[in-house]
Design a protein around this ligand. Structure first.
Ligand code: HIF
Length: 307
């Protein structure tokens, strides 16, 4: 069944995110999200940098060239995504990716571009940590592309080296069990995981970075629920013109899906949330906001302060 005609492509309402946050029961969240939810009320404190001026500089970067948005989101996520919530190791949102060997891990190919883009802003605001800067820039990029507001708390401390083992970030060639293993290690449940993967509405794969090629949606700078509407609304076939195994939409052959994206269709616990978000862009916006904030606070949540 084609679901495209039945779903809303309207941009998510930014104001919808917070009420849903409060309405959500922590018991239905992964423990990573529930942790962030539980600590959001911590006392406000003034950061050692000018938040408004910093925010304005990041917004200007995106205003001048919105096409940098996706790689800033990917930088924030790859910094956060090596965490192991049970063993409490990997990178606890500390910008350790500035250092070898982590910056050279194959999964991080191309992220030097994002790090370099933010360097002049770091120079202008020396008192913000790289880790806070990367997290803030990732959240602002989501918002600039039309996505929900990602609440920002500050206080991440920069690492002085990286001991992150290679292989912590997900392998796009794999299926649902691997996706569950990686996001479970981060502390996310199926609902969080699917909401997060909705970020593949924006950006694209590059032959010289991951080896995969192409965008997931027709508007690669529009952050809405289109990842889900495209995933459900198309017939996906193996793209025999590409080196790595990836899928293309039968109708236009302009879009792509990774094996790990298509996996969400065939796992019933994931599929439930794919169906939900394809039909309810507000639910996607609210759940993405909560899960992405939790992602950007992995390993450091207890130390962060509200603005
Ligand atoms: Fe991605 N992701 N991601 N991703 N990702 C790529 C690009 C982006 C996975 C693989 C890839 C998430 C989860 C997963 C973004 C954001 C997020 C690429 C292509 C690959 C291969 C890189 C390139 O060639 O440039 C896998 C296997 C994931 C687990 C299922 C997150 C949820 C979706 C956590 C997330 O936020 C963004 C944005 C991009 C686009 C970058 C660009 O430069 O355009």
């Amino acid at each position: 069944m084609r679901l495209l005609s039945t779903v809303s492509n309207a941009a998510p309402k930014k104001s919808a995110a917070w009420p849903r946050w409060f309405a959500a029961s922590a018991t239905t969240m992964g423990f990573a999200s529930a942790f962030a939810f539980g600590t959001v009320f911590c006392a406000a404190a003034a950061p050692p940098f000018d938040y408004k001026a910093l925010r304005a500089d990041i917004e200007k970067l995106l205003d001048d060239d919105l096409s940098v948005g996706p790689v800033l989101v990917r930088l924030a996520w790859h910094e956060a995504g090596t965490w192991d919530a049970k063993q409490r190791d990997g990178s606890p949102n500390s910008a350790s990716m500035r250092f070898a060997p982590e910056c050279k891990h194959a999964a991080n190919a191309g992220l030097d571009k994002a790090r370099n883009l933010l360097e002049p802003i770091k120079k202008k605001h020396p008192n913000v940590s790289y880790a806070d800067l990367w997290a803030l820039a990732g959240g602002i990029a989501v918002e600039a592309m039309g996505g929900p507001t990602i609440p920002f708390r500050w206080g991440r401390i920069d690492a002085t080296e990286s001991k992150v083992p290679d292989g912590r970030l997900p392998d796009a060639s794999q299926g649902p069990q691997h996706v569950r293993d990686v996001f479970g290690r981060l502390g996310f449940n199926e609902r969080d995981t699917v909401a997060l993967i909705g970020a593949h509405a924006v950006g694209e794969c590059h032959a010289d970075r991951s080896g995969y090629v192409g965008p997931w949606t027709h508007d690669k700078l529009g952050f809405t629920n289109t990842f889900f509407t495209e995933l459900l609304g198309n017939d996906w076939v193996i793209d025999k013109t590409k080196k790595k195994l990836q899928y293309t939409d039968l109708a236009t052959r302009k879009l792509m899906m990774l094996p790990s994206d298509v996996a969400l269709l065939y796992d019933p616990a994931y599929r439930k949330w794919v169906d939900k978000y394809a039909n309810d862009s507000d639910a996607f916006a609210a759940d993405f906001s909560r899960a992405f904030q939790a992602l950007l606070e992995l390993g450091v949540s207890q130390n962060l302060k509200s603005l």
